[in-house]
Write a protein that binds this ligand. Structure first.
Ligand code: ADP
Ligand code: MG
Length: 340
């Protein structure tokens, strides 16, 4: 008789969890930006080097952390965002798993500086592959600055699996845009090496944010979409049919400000455009669904881009009708000659 089962050491458990949470630089950036938003930041600056493989830096002016919390934040399943299992059914923050920082720190060299508003000094913490290398008081700005260096430095197989810089950069920009679209009131900037790719001012409207991200050609091409029902509100913009493109990629659904992917809801929008453009074209849209969090389950997937609705059919119908009405109200007339 011999007992052979052992609990894994934290460092290994974290590395395994990291496989779920951090697939590539873009997934780390998403988690860091979401933490900044959850912390109430109104300014979020992002700097990446080598498409995030060498460095991802996120600076926010959010509420910061105490020294104890700064240390705790790197523990797995350590979170300030939920307390009880009931909270799981009414999540209003991006985070709730308490896994992101622990996972990122398990596979990178992380340096965090953080200070709460009324604290004289902040805290500097360095963590490398789950080992805390340094923890000391430091004078720093209010808010949190986090540097993630050499992602997957200790997991060569994963590091080799990363794609070329342009491909990884595209994923980074995509994540950046998703968060920036959902929070037009927050200012965001993105720099790659020394080049500024985006500088989106705080306090703007959604339409301004859309134009800031996608370019001036969207001016005058956006149709307001708005519908309120007892359990579900839809608002945002859809593109005029002329603005539709052959390629997909500029379609955004947010549920309670969280970006989600849903072919089912995409179909609802596409259906509303029926007869207004050829069926192989893809309309632009940025739609925000607001729904009582008790009627959805976002706990389906660690990266949380999928979601379950209690009543998917109603959501489909409301989205379709909202878009149809928007297009109708703006007298978007069918383009008759599709060969042009
Ligand atoms: P989660 O976001 O799911 O709670 P994380 O691992 O991303 O888990 O973060 C752990 C905790 O660290 C958060 O619950 C939060 O209290 C704190 N934290 C993380 N990032 C920040 C930040 N930028 N500003 C303030 N607090 C933060
Ligand atoms: Mg988080």
């Amino acid at each position: 008789m011999s007992d052979i089962i052992q609990l894994l050491p934290d460092a290994i458990a974290n590395q395994i969890a990291a496989g779920e949470v951090v697939q590539r630089p873009a997934s780390a950036l998403k988690e860091l930006m979401e933490n900044a938003i959850d912390a109430g930041a109104t300014q979020v600056q992002v700097l990446v080097k080598e498409a995030g493989k060498m460095l991802i830096q996120v600076i926010d002016n959010g509420k910061g952390m105490s020294m104890t919390d700064a240390r705790m934040s790197f523990e797995r399943h350590a979170t300030s965002k939920i307390r009880t299992s009931e909270d799981l059914f009414a999540i209003r923050t991006f985070g709730f798993r308490g896994e992101a920082l622990a996972s990122i720190a398990a596979v990178a060299q992380v340096e965090m500086r953080t200070r709460e508003k009324d604290a004289e000094l902040g805290t500097l913490i360095q963590v490398e592959g789950s080992d805390v290398k340094k923890q000391e008081p430091v004078s720093c700005m209010e808010g949190t600055q986090i540097l993630v260096k050499n992602l997957f430095f200790n997991v060569p197989a994963r590091r080799n699996f990363l794609k070329s810089n342009p491909v990884e950069m595209r994923h980074l920009v995509e994540e950046f845009q998703r968060v920036a679209l959902a929070y037009p009131e927050v200012g965001f900037s993105l720099k790659q090496n020394d080049m500024e790719l985006f500088n989106l001012p705080a306090g703007g409207k959604l339409s301004q944010r859309i134009i800031g991200i996608f370019g001036k050609s969207y001016q005058g091409q956006l149709v307001v979409c708005q519908e309120e029902t007892p359990h579900l509100n839809v608002k945002g913009y859809v593109g005029k049919p002329e603005q539709a493109k052959k390629t997909r990629g500029e379609q955004y659904f947010f549920v309670n400000n969280r970006f989600i992917k849903s072919n089912y809801l995409h179909h609802a929008v596409a259906n509303a455009y029926e007869g207004l453009m050829p069926s192989d074209m893809h309309p632009f849209y940025v739609l925000f669904l607001e729904i009582d969090p008790t009627h959805i389950d976002i706990n389906v997937h660690p990266t949380k881009t999928e979601i379950k609705f209690d009543d998917e059919r109603t959501v489909y119908a409301v989205v379709r009708s909202a878009v149809k009405q928007a297009l109708g109200a703006h007298n978007v007339v069918p383009t008759l000659d599709f060969s042009m």
